[in-house]
Design a protein around this ligand. Structure first.
Ligand code: HEC
Length: 182
């Protein structure tokens, strides 16, 4: 078969596959009564792009006291009163071992992860202020920034240098350079 004909065939097959997938989803929705188009609010909950330099961090601010309160009601169940982790809930310590948050290279990643994925039972429900408060609380508790009055917002969070940042090794095959770790 000529290259041209092969390409045409591949084109037809992929169109056929996409059409049948479309039909499958449409009928699943009608037949079984599950599945619905995502609401823009639902998409907005996860559609955030927070970068290591802090760009994309949202408005708002929160302090250690706010974070401590949220932590007690929404996080301690799995992460423990003292951040020690509750193995029965699948959570390791947040202040020692491989989940130690001191080991993270960027505080902005901590913000992004918490707002996107925690609490595990209801991700995406924390407000920006609550998330800033939780990051402030966790950094204070783990001794990264010892300050009971720490208040964080986009600017102050982006300025934090995590203590372990220089210990990451650049994969020579990646597009990053040593300057990206500054
Ligand atoms: C229902 C249990 C549960 C609740 C509630 C919960 N988490 Fe988690 N969290 C987990 C599990 C499980 C992991 C995966 C951690 C592991 O492998 O040890 C995790 C991971 C994390 C991590 C990543 C740690 C790392 O370095 O990889 C952070 C930070 C975190 N949770 C913060 C929170 C905060 C803040 C709250 C409250 C708003 C919260 N979690 C509520 C279960 C929970």
């Amino acid at each position: 078969m000529s290259a041209h004909k092969t390409l045409k065939l591949i084109g037809f097959v992929s169109i056929a596959i996409s059409l049948s997938f479309g039909a499958l989803f449409a009928s699943a929705q009608e037949k079984f009564g599950f599945g619905k188009p995502a609401h823009p609010d639902e998409i907005a909950r996860y559609n955030s792009d927070i970068h290591t330099d802090g760009s994309g961090l949202p408005d708002g601010s929160g302090d250690v006291a706010l974070g401590a309160e949220i932590y007690e009601y929404q996080c301690a169940l799995c992460h423990g009163e003292e951040l020690e982790g509750v193995p029965e809930m699948g959570a390791n310590s947040l202040h020692e071992g491989r989940r130690d948050i001191k080991k993270l290279p960027y505080a902005s990643s901590l913000f992004d992860f918490i707002r996107r994925a925690m609490p595990l039972t209801d991700p995406g429900t924390l407000s920006n202020d609550e998330t800033y408060g939780l990051v402030a609380f966790l950094l204070n508790e783990t001794g990264v920034i010892k300050d009971d009055n720490l208040t964080l917002d986009a600017k102050s969070l982006a300025a934090i240098k995590m203590p372990n940042r220089q210990n990451f090794i650049i994969d020579p095959a990646s597009r990053f350079t040593a300057e990206d770790l500054q």
